[in-house]
Write a protein that binds this ligand. Sequence first.
Ligand code: TRP
Length: 464
Amino acid sequence: MATNRGSFSSKAGFILAAAGSAVGLGNIWKFPFEVANGGGAAFVIMYLIFCFLLCFPVMVTEIAIGRKTQKNPVGAFIALGFPKWSFLGKIGILAGILILSFYNVVAGWAFGYFIQISFGNFEIGGQFNEYINNIGRVGLYGIIFMIATAFVVSKGISGGVERASKILMPTLVGIIVLLVIYSLTLPHAFEGISYYLVPQFSEINFSVIYNALGQAFFSLSLGMGALITYGSYVSKQDNIISSAAMITVADAGIAFLAGLMMFPFAAYISSGAVETVQGGPGLIFTVLPGAFESIGPVLGRIVGGLFFLLLSFAALTSTISLLEVPVTYAVDELNIQRSHAVWVIALFIFMMGVPSLISNGDSHFFTNFITYFGAENPTNFLDFVQHIGSDTLLPLGGFLMTVFAAYVWKKHNLNKEIEEGFPAFKGTLIEKYIDFAVSYLCPAILGIIFLLTVLSRFFGVEIF
Ligand code: TRP
């Protein structure tokens, strides 16, 4: 089997694909407004610390497990000789399926906005609720998005995933740089930038800290074996440490640029009163179209169209990685042909996303799906899946992954795998750091965050 499963053709191809997985909706709309809620630059600093000190060692571990075994997240633990741990791979695959089911819905919204704004329909901003409840239309955009994802994945690793990333990632960087330059020329840009970059340490509290960690984890695509999967297609000659460093820098860098683009827009919309602008999905989908309109009928379509195209591209390289995980599993473990596995799994996940699609008002049942203990309002299905798939299962996955690497597989084996492609690793400071992080720092912090998130999210228990 191993011979015909494919591989990345170069280290650059792998880095671009993994960075493509990392850079997504999480960076471009979620990051800037997590920043706004979390004290501006103070959040940015915490986010960067988490990315490099905590997430980077987890990323190295995932890639090393994948490359050592050349297997999917379930097969990897079996190949290492610990079949009992394959449950961890199964949790990962479940998390990936859950995440893709709602992520595809939001990606479909973004893609639909690209079309609407390109045709000059700036009113869509005021009609966001009607828009997402027009199930026929957003359903169609969701289908198109899933088909695009499946099409790329069906072409395999070097011919699909890698090739798409090599085109989409540079385009994405080009678009974002253009938009940053443009947004810096808008009136009130300075107020936007200073809000973004001047730290307000007084606004930091525990929930801000764990949002920063959650954001770092989700943004780097960690905790579910996406990087075990991509790592399984990496050559033994490649240096895992430098690859992981570049992926982390690319992801954090693009999140940072997204902030540089978004805050001048927010300041422009609000005539300088950035703190009054509603964050999160609201900003992107309800407020920005109006801002694009005021840029002018033609330029507004171009800038706005480019913005949503950027968002769609970023989302596409992420959905590709999410679909790749169960597909690799089906190919390795169930001996199903890639071209068949892709379409069956994509259809299945799309169907699983239908309740999320209709959970924003259209279906009363899915809109008011569940009320957590101690919560006043019900949570809709889309958010529920997000809370389980990403907020709960990813930190759990990261925790178990580092426990496994340090205490079951053992660090000398991890180190041996890293040394392939980086013979000078032994004895370096980075080796010592990874050793410390994988053994103590990551399990401790990820374990605590996992428990606290579950307690506060589902049971309304706030310890801090
Ligand atoms: N990292 C992506 C984002 O920021 C989302 C994503 C893609 C992801 N693949 C993943 C998250 C795997 C967790 C695990 O939008």
